[in-house]
Design a protein around this ligand. Sequence first.
Ligand SMILES: Cc1cc2nc3c(=O)[nH]c(=O)nc-3n(C[C@H](O)[C@H](O)[C@H](O)COP(=O)(O)O)c2cc1C
Length: 227
Amino acid sequence: MDKKTKRIIVGISGASGAVYAQRIIGLLLSADVETHLVVSPLGQRLLHEELGMEGVNLAALAGLSGGDDQSPPPPNLILHNYRDVGAPIASGSFQHDGMIVIPCTSNTLGCVANGSAQNLMHRAAHVTLKERRKLVLVHREMPLSLVDIRNMQAVTEAGGIIAPANPGFYMLPQTIDGLIDFVVGRCLDLLGVDHTLNVRWSEQGPTNTQDKPGGKRPQGEVGAGPR
Ligand SMILES: Cc1cc2nc3c(=O)[nH]c(=O)nc-3n(C[C@H](O)[C@H](O)[C@H](O)COP(=O)(O)O)c2cc1C
């Protein structure tokens, strides 16, 4: 591997929010990150339910225009078989810069928390923890049971990061894309990948008020501050 090439593993599990996965993959590829992908069967179903995708369409996940079945897959987006626990990313010898499961189900959270690894996604997550690399789980469920909360605690104690799909509103998003980008931007920050998404709070308030009707933050409309 070229020493300067960043490598990130992306897991897509069967929680709502497939669009987060699509957006982050597009941005990782734009940032020249070699992106290793593993999708659970329910993750594949969510790609179909929420994005209308047939199978795992790499061109569409990369955000390439068209993204039809004939489009060639981007060379630096590598899909691994979910069942193949012998794939390179299952080994601690595979050098990478972090793994993110986005969106992450309560099921996958629980398997990671409890060390069960019957498939490549859970195995790669365990290996990421044991090698003390960065593991980010973008959990999506509400409300939370005590089981989920305890699993989050276990993953956090093992060094993982629970980053719920939980957008802030203080940047005054005007579109669904704005909400998606808030979550994705914070995830890219956690993975140490550069981006220009509008997630930075400043003392002056949102750095981008162009989205706001009228273009300016109204007087007296003071957000609660950065999170
Ligand atoms: C349309 C749909 C939406 C779902 N949304 C969620 C969700 O937001 N969070 C969650 O934990 N599970 C959700 N599930 C349930 C999981 O997909 C299910 O528990 C599955 O076994 C998870 O497997 P995986 O972790 O291997 O992807 C959803 C299922 C379907 C079909």
